[in-house]
Design a protein around this ligand. Structure first.
Ligand SMILES: Cc1ncc(COP(=O)(O)O)c(C=O)c1O
Length: 389
C-alpha cells in the first residue's frame, strides 16, 4: 500500500535479535523454543519477525488463528507453524492443507484432524491445568494416550499447558509450580510416544534465573513459548534481562497553532488554556492505537522534551501543549518535527510502552497489539537485510 502519512512504527530487527539471543541463552541446548508471532507478532509484523528469527535458529512459530498461519505460509515462511487458538472442521482442513501443526484441546478437534488427514500428521495436545481456558482435563490423559496408540495417522509430538501466573514460576508454592507438577505427571501417560512438554511464556522463562536447582521449573527442559520478551518488554516482577524494545511509535507535528487564554481544545472542551499557549496537532488517534485514556494525562517527547497531551484523543488526531518546550528550548517553530509516542527517538531518548500501560490501566501486551493496521511498519537494523518490507 502507498503510504502518505507521517505516523509510523519503526521496528528495530537488531533489537529483536538481541532479545532472541537472551531467549536462546536461557534455553540452552536441545530445548523446544517456539516464538509467538500471533497477533501480527504482537503488532511488529509477523512475516518480518518470523523471517528474521528463522534465519537465526528458530524452527517453530506460534500463531493463534489459522488465518495468521495461512498468511505466513502464503508469504513464504517454511518453518513449522503451531496453531494454538482452536479450530472447527473447516479449520482442520486448512491446517492440513497448509501443513500446520494443530494444538489440540478437545476430542472434537482430535477427530476432525484424524478423519481429514490422508497421511501422518504431527499433533500437540494441550491440557488445562489452572488457566481454565483451553485444553483437555488432566483426567482425560489415559484415554487420549490409549486412543493415540491405536491411531495410524496422529503422531503425538508434545503435550503442553499455559501458565496463568508465569512470573511466579520460581516459587515452589506458586501457581506455575502447581501447573508444571501436573504437566510432569501427565507426561507419564505418554512415555511410549517420546514426547516433550512445553509451557513457559515470558514470565516462566524469565523466572528460570531465580529458581532453585530442585524446583519443578528446572526439573524438566520445559519448552519455551516466548512472546512479550521477544518484543523487548517483561512481565511485571521479573528480573531485568537486558531486553531491547523493538517498536518505536512516532509521528510528526502536522500543525502548530497559537491559542489564547481561555480557549478550549478538542471534543467536549475538557482542556482550557490557562495562559496564551502554543499547541501542536499530531496526526494519530485512537484508531491508530493511541489510547483514549491518555486524554489530558499522557505526554509525548518533542526535541527531547516532554510535552503533555491536552484535551481528549480524537479518532485521527490529538493535541499537545508546546508552550513549555518553547520556553525551555528557545525554539519557536516545531512544525513537521518528529514526535515520539513511545520507544526510542533519534537522540537515544526512550519512553516505555509500560508508561502507557500504567496510565491506561493496561499491560504492555495490549499497548503493543493495539497499534492498528493503518499504521505503517518500517523495518530497520542490519538484520533487516533483504527481508521484504
Ligand atoms: C499459548 C500461549 N503461549 C505463549 C504465550 C506467550 O506469552 P508471553 O507474551 O507472556 O510471553 C501466549 C500469549 O498469550 C499464549 O497464549
Amino acid at each position: 500500500m502507498e503510504n502518505f502519512r507521517q505516523t509510523v512504527t519503526e521496528i528495530n530487527l537488531d533489537h529483536l535479535l538481541n532479545n532472541w539471543s537472551v531467549v536462546t541463552r536461557l534455553a540452552g541446548k536441545d530445548r523446544f523454543v517456539c516464538p509467538m508471532v500471533k497477533a501480527n507478532a504482537y503488532g511488529h509484523g509477523a512475516f518480518q519477525v518470523a523471517t528474521c528469527l528463522e534465519r537465526e535458529s528458530a524452527k517453530y512459530f506460534g500463531v493463534c488463528l489459522i488465518e495468521e498461519g495461512l498468511s505466513l505460509r502464503e508469504a513464504g515462511l517454511k518453518s513449522e507453524l503451531l496453531v494454538f487458538g482452536g479450530f472447527d472442521k473447516q479449520g482442520a482442513e486448512k491446517i492440513l492443507e497448509y501443513q500446520m501443526t494443530p494444538v489440540i484441546s478437545s476430542w472434537e478437534q482430535l477427530k476432525f484432524i484424524e478423519s481429514l488427514a490422508d497421511s501422518a500428521v504431527k499433533i500437540h495436545i494441550k491440557f488445562e491445568t489452572g488457566m481454565n481456558r483451553l485444553g483437555f482435563a488432566p483426567g482425560e490423559a489415559e484415554k487420549i494416550s490409549e486412543y493415540l496408540k491405536k491411531s495410524k495417522k496422529l503422531k503425538l509430538k508434545a503435550i503442553l499447558t499455559h501458565l496463568a501466573c508465569g512470573d511466579d514460576a520460581a516459587s515452589d508454592a506458586g501457581m506455575s509450580s502447581m501447573q508444571l507438577r501436573t504437566l510432569a505427571e501427565l507426561k507419564n501417560y505418554f512415555k511410549s510416544f517420546d514426547v516433550f512438554a512445553h509451557a513457559l511464556n515470558s514470565g516462566g522463562i524469565l523466572s528460570l534465573s531465580e529458581a532453585s536447582e530442585t524446583s519443578v521449573l528446572k526439573k524438566e527442559k520445559w519448552g519455551f513459548r516466548p512472546g512479550l520478551m521477544l518484543y523487548g518488554y517483561q512481565p511485571a516482577g521479573t528480573k531485568n534481562a537486558d531486553l531491547k524494545p523493538v517498536m518505536s511509535f512516532k509521528s510528526t507535528i502536522q500543525t502548530q497553532r497559537a491559542v489564547k487564554t481561555g480557549a478550549s481544545v478538542s471534543y467536549g472542551a475538557t482542556w482550557k488554556a490557562q495562559r496564551d499557549s502554543q499547541i501542536a496537532v499530531i496526526p494519530a488517534g485512537y484508531a491508530d492505537g493511541v489510547k483514549r485514556q491518555l486524554s489530558n494525562s499522557g505526554s509525548v517527547t518533542v526535541g527531547g522534551q516532554r510535552a503533555p497531551i491536552i484535551g481528549v484523543i480524537c479518532m485521527d488526531f490529538f493535541m499537545v501543549d508546546l508552550t513549555d518546550v518553547i520556553s525551555k528550548t528557545g525554539r519557536e517553530n516545531w512544525q513537521n518535527e518528529e514526535v515520539l509516542l513511545f520507544g526510542e527517538d533519534a537522540s537515544g531518548g526512550f519512553v516505555s510502552a509500560d508508561e502507557w500501560a500504567k496510565k491506561t490501566n493496561s499491560i504492555s501486551w495490549e499497548i503493543l497489539t493495539s497499534i492498528s493496521e493503518r499504521v505503517p511498519r518500517r523495518f530497520h537494523g542490519n538484520a533487516f537485510g533483504n527481508i521484504k518490507d
